[in-house]
Design a protein around this ligand. Sequence first.
Ligand SMILES: Nc1ncnc2c1ncn2[C@@H]1O[C@H](COP(=O)(O)OP(=O)(O)OP(=O)(O)O)[C@@H](O)[C@H]1O
Ligand SMILES: [Mg+2]
Length: 268
Amino acid sequence: MSAPATQGTHHVSPGAKDLVRIEGVHKYFGQHHVLRGIDMTVKNGEVAVLIGPSGSGKSTLLRCINHLETISAGRIRVDGELIGYREHAGKLHELTVKEVARQRRNIGMVFQRFNLFGHKTALENVIEAPVQVKGQNKAVAKKRALELLDQVGLSDRAGHYPAQLSGGQQQRVAIARALAMEPELMLFDEPTSALDPELVGDVLNVMKDLAASGMTMIVVTHEIGFAREVGDTLTFMDGGVVVESGNPREVIANPQHERTQAFLSKVL
Ligand SMILES: Nc1ncnc2c1ncn2[C@@H]1O[C@H](COP(=O)(O)OP(=O)(O)OP(=O)(O)O)[C@@H](O)[C@H]1O
Ligand SMILES: [Mg+2]
């Protein structure tokens, strides 16, 4: 069965505020300088697509945005709030685990490998965080979870365990599960790259619908068609820097840098 798809593109309102501001972000793993001064802003309601070769730092950047990784320098703000740190006299002090958890509730993340709880049904996976983390009433959470499963085209799979679902279905449950926390921002790290080709479309359609509903999204993907159709911006990273960024159609049709051209010629 196919997930629903919305036709046409969504529109970011002209006066939309910056929801995500990344300024001068560096990241070292030991001696390894992985992010080398990243600046990026994502407006409210915008879909920012991130591409780049393996090892360029895309996942690391996403993981820094919800503080799954510390940063070595710079600032990341979501809705004006500094992520992972508080600033005092020009210095950053890392937030407590509890404070970070509060910030993360606002940021949904979907990974390449579906990370559902194997011993829980689709429905149980979706209600887990609202009930356990937010203390939501179970009946309320269940009603909302069924709506979300319907939204991702899986209303008839609520009682299935992950092992009884295809990879694409599991990934759509993972999206519903992230949405159940009502995040302001969704991060996707190659959500379709582990899927069989025939399952990719349904997941992309769910993401396209989500974009059309006004969700702010940062999407790491090699699906250039998705970037062109759904993305408001396309950012090409290489070697821990942003090489170029702009309107997806323009970047794809007329890349300004040799490295972007070389990369696009491999994935197109
Ligand atoms: N926890 C870690 N410890 C040490 N090095 C790391 C760690 N995580 C990532 N790296 C290194 O950081 C660099 C960037 O990795 P990252 O996963 O962000 O790249 P990517 O652009 O997402 O690549 P891919 O397209 O393969 O997913 C790589 O050289 C990687 O080996
Ligand atoms: Mg990655």
